[in-house]
Design a protein around this ligand. Structure first.
Ligand code: FAD
Length: 450
């Protein structure tokens, strides 16, 4: 029998449900192929997130080679072309995607394969199946707290064992680098630290052992490493969510540990909401806000993207995103609120900008986060709670360390005025795009009208 494992965003050999399952199924005389579908359409323009993704993939391929394994990279622009290249086979395995549009892509691949090929889809990217929790009335949860309560009552699944030595007995594929992949690898210019499974696990262990206990107190301060920074590993699948949950929950109970596990459950919640309620990328969860009249101001949008709004904390955050492909959670909330409330620009524009840039982009978490901040989503912040960027800055970056790192124009300014410099201190720095008070009033009126 010929069995094929289709890797997507799961670049890891340990605790990989697909690999665990295929090893269980392998029989005498069976052979095994690892494949990856490269669709060149998706890499234009080549952004920092592509650099991160393909650098990770290259590290994974090196790891495979070192263990006598390999990945066949198939270049195709459509599902049919991909299936053609897969060739004859009996069983296709992959770790399921539940969120649109990836689920639909997988459905099309299965349709194109026809009935002779057996398909094994496995739950891997999340702890719980999207149908795992229901309200008493049998509906999906729309509010986080009761969802969390239900999730706390369940034991998360243990990591899956994978015998890598056994894999190398069966594997037929060698690493293949078609010219399209070589070209993408060449375009990866950044020096990423800590790529690959071994490094990711070290980072997880360091966080759990040394920093998790203080997570509840330090996670809101962007100038320090108060959070785990594991999101890019989750995105590329270098680290499994089960491995993380197991280490976290076996640590000694603390407020930090519980708060951290809650965050993992937010990830579960948003993905469950996205699966159960369709079309959230384009429409707010809350119908009431479908007709909100957003401003149409391309110039202000561009200034927000470039970190030139004249609000130092917003600008530092956007520059962090543009330079590194990652942004601290507190800052994601601040800039999303600023775009949707202060500038009254459509949250969907911001969501798409984040999609373009983030190395940890997850549709469900990003859309959930944006709808939360714009007050149009499930369990969202009420519209009348509008973040004041200056007081947020004073609270979470009190001495301006973070601002100074990303907005060098303000390096010389005192700690006190760095959060909102006077016009006379803005020689090299933008004037504020809007006045906080006026912008706040305008947003309140616009939301209240609905
Ligand atoms: P930690 O604080 O160490 O948290 C650990 C893990 O928990 C994270 O890696 C992530 O998987 C999960 N998590 C933490 N907070 C959240 C949250 N609020 N919602 C869902 N999951 C969470 N997260 C993404 O992974 N991808 C996105 O595209 C994304 N977009 C966002 C957009 C906005 C507007 C907002 C407000 C939040 C967004 N988040 C997103 C959630 C959060 O900002 C990131 O998960 C977090 O900053 C990643 O850094 P970390 O790994 O150090 O997080």
């Amino acid at each position: 029998m010929r069995r094929v494992c289709w890797f997507r965003s799961d670049f890891r050999l340990t605790d990989n449900h697909m690999l665990h399952r295929v090893l269980k199924d392998m029989g005498e005389g069976d052979d095994l192929d690892f494949v990856f579908w490269l669709n060149p359409k998706y890499c234009h323009p080549f952004e920092v997130r592509h650099d991160y993704f393909f650098s990770t993939m290259r590290t994974f391929m090196d790891d495979l080679e070192a263990k006598g394994l390999g990945l066949r990279v198939l270049v195709a622009e459509t599902e049919d072309a991909f299936v053609k290249q897969l060739g004859e086979m009996d069983v296709l395995y992959f770790n399921a995607e539940y969120v649109e549009p990836f689920k639909q892509r997988d459905d099309r691949v299965i349709e194109s394969l026809g009935e002779e090929v057996k398909v094994v889809r496995l739950l891997d990217r999340h702890l719980f199946h999207p149908d795992a929790f229901r309200t008493k009335g049998g509906d999906p949860y729309k509010v986080f707290t009761p969802f969390k309560k239900a999730a706390y009552a369940e034991q998360p699944p243990a990591p899956y064992e994978v015998d890598v030595d056994r894999l190398s007995q069966y594997i037929r594929s060698k690493n293949e680098q078609p010219s399209e992949l070589k070209e993408l690898f060449k375009r990866c210019k950044r020096e990423w630290k800590g790529l690959g499974e071994t490094e990711a696990k070290k980072r997880l262990t360091r966080f759990v052992n040394d920093r998790m206990v203080d997570y509840d107190e330090k996670r809101d301060i962007p100038s320090i490493a108060g959070t785990s920074r594991l999101s890019p590993y989750l995105r590329t699948g270098v680290l499994s969510i089960r491995t993380i949950a197991e280490q976290v929950l076996s640590a000694r109970q603390s407020k930090g540990r519980d708060t951290y596990y809650d965050e993992l459950l937010w990830r579960e919640f948003y993905y469950m909401v996205m699966v159960k309620f369709h079309g959230l990328k384009d429409q707010p969860f809350n119908d009431k806000y479908k007709s909100i009249e957003w401003e149409d101001n391309e110039e202000q949008f561009e200034k927000w993207c470039n970190g030139e709004t004249g609000y130092p904390i917003v600008d530092a955050a956007m520059r962090q995103l543009n330079e590194t492909g990652w942004m601290h959670n507190r800052l994601r909330m601040i800039v999303a609120s600023f775009l949707s409330k202060h500038l009254l620009l459509d949250w969907r524009k911001g969501e798409r900008y984040f999609e373009q840039k983030l190395i940890d982009y997850e549709a469900a978490s990003n859309i959930g986060g944006w709808q939360w901040a714009a007050s149009v989503g499930t369990d969202a912040v009420p519209y009348f709670r509008i973040f004041n960027p200056t007081t947020q800055s004073e609270r979470f970056d009190p001495d301006g360390t973070f601002i100074r790192k990303y907005v060098p124009e303000l390096k010389h300014i005192t700690d006190k005025s760095i959060h909102f410099p006077d016009p006379s201190e803005r020689d090299d720095y933008a004037m504020p795009l809007v006045d906080h008070k006026e912008a706040r009033e305008r947003a309140l009126e616009r939301f209240k009208a609905l």
